[in-house]
Design a protein around this ligand. Structure first.
Ligand code: C5P
Length: 140
C-alpha cells in the first residue's frame, strides 16, 4: 500500500450570525497559509482543550467578543485531507455574544448573506459548509 500517514488537526469554526441573518467571514492575512481565502472564524484546538472552550478563546483573540458555551450550537463537521494533515473542523452557530466583532489580528472581516458566501474563495475545508448554512438560514 502506498500513501502517507497524516496527523489529525482539530480546528473549530464558528458562523457568527447578526440580527439581519448575515454571517461573518474573515480573510486569511498575507503570510499565513491559504492567504487571501475567506474562512469562518475559529482556530486550532490546543491539546486537552474542549472544542467549545477553544472557540470561545479564538473568538476573543481574533474578534474581541465574548460568548458562552450555551450560545454555541453545533451545526456540522468539515473534513479535508490536506497534504500535511487531515483537518477535522466542527462548525458551530453563534447568535449571541457580547461586544462588536472587530479585526484583532489584521484580518479583513465581512458580513455576508448566506447565499452570497459562494462568491468568496474559501479553503477546501470551509467551502462545503456554505450549503449547511444556506439550509439553516435561507431555506427555499
Ligand atoms: O488558522 P490556522 O493557520 O492556525 O489553521 C491551521 C490550518 O487549518 C490552516 O493552514 C488551514 O489549512 C486549515 N484551516 C482551514 N479552515 C479554517 C481554519 C483553518 O482549512 N477555517
Amino acid at each position: 500500500m502506498s500513501g502517507q500517514v497524516r496527523r489529525l488537526l482539530l480546528v473549530v469554526a464558528c458562523a457568527l450570525i447578526d440580527a439581519d441573518g448575515r454571517v461573518l467571514i474573515a480573510e486569511r492575512p498575507k503570510g499565513k497559509s491559504l492567504a487571501g481565502l475567506w474562512e469562518f472564524p475559529g482556530g486550532k484546538v490546543e491539546p486537552g482543550e474542549a472544542p467549545e472552550a477553544a472557540l470561545i478563546r479564538e473568538l476573543a483573540e481574533e474578534l474581541g467578543i465574548v460568548t458562552q458555551v450555551a450560545c454555541l450550537a453545533p451545526l456540522t463537521f468539515a473534513s479535508h485531507a490536506y497534504d500535511e494533515f487531515h483537518l477535522l473542523m466542527p462548525l458551530y452557530v453563534c447568535r449571541r455574544y457580547e461586544g462588536t466583532p472587530a479585526s484583532r489580528e489584521g484580518q479583513a472581516l465581512k458580513w455576508v448573506r448566506p447565499k452570497a458566501l459562494r462568491d468568496y474563495p474559501m479553503p477546501p475545508a470551509d467551502a462545503p459548509l456554505i450549503a449547511h448554512l444556506v439550509d439553516l438560514l435561507e431555506p427555499p
